[in-house]
Design a protein around this ligand. Structure first.
Ligand SMILES: O=C(CO)COP(=O)(O)O
Length: 154
């Protein structure tokens, strides 16, 4: 990344996990989340509006819900990532169906790459993520050094 320097941040053992699924993929996310309920219960969960509502009903766990994705929920999650208030993104996006809010989806995925958070796009990658020993540990990871970035802009 040109002109950006990096610093280290420690991700806490208790993760803040953002969960999102497009309509045709919601059944996969809900089934996955139920199967992984014991692990998910150890972390903080946040989701886009409809996904959050369905997850809360299925899991009976607290899930903080944003606005529904097409109405701005992807952008709300993206802002949380930029504010370093989300540690991980599980986003089952639909590879078969165009979405009216495609720019918001791209922006969410982009900001997750910028802030170097783990992202799972489907059930298999989500299982790999949750089975990592890092899920239960604090660990350091590289993030953009915003203070240094700003100094360079002055
Ligand atoms: O559209 C979404 C993500 O792009 C998901 O939004 P909902 O969870 O409100 O369906």
């Amino acid at each position: 990344m040109i002109g950006i320097s990096f610093t280290q941040k420690t991700m806490a053992a208790r993760k803040r996990i953002a969960l999102v699924a497009h309509d045709h993929c919601k059944v996969f996310l809900l089934d996955w989340a139920e199967r992984q309920k014991d692990k998910l219960a150890q972390h903080e969960l946040v989701a886009t509006g409809t996904t959050g509502l369905l997850l809360q009903q299925r899991l009976e766990l607290p899930v903080e819900s944003m606005i529904s994705g097409p109405l701005g929920g992807d952008q709300q999650l993206g802002a949380r990532i930029a504010e370093q208030r989300v540690d991980m993104l599980v986003f089952f996006w639909d590879p078969f169906e165009p979405q009216p809010h495609d720019p918001d989806i791209k922006a969410l995925l982009r900001v997750a790459a910028v802030w170097n958070i783990p992202v799972a796009c489907n059930e298999c990658s989500a299982d790999y993520l949750l089975s990592s020993p890092m899920m239960e540990q604090a660990h350091a990871h590289r993030i953009p050094d915003y203070a240094t970035y700003l100094l360079g802009r002055a």
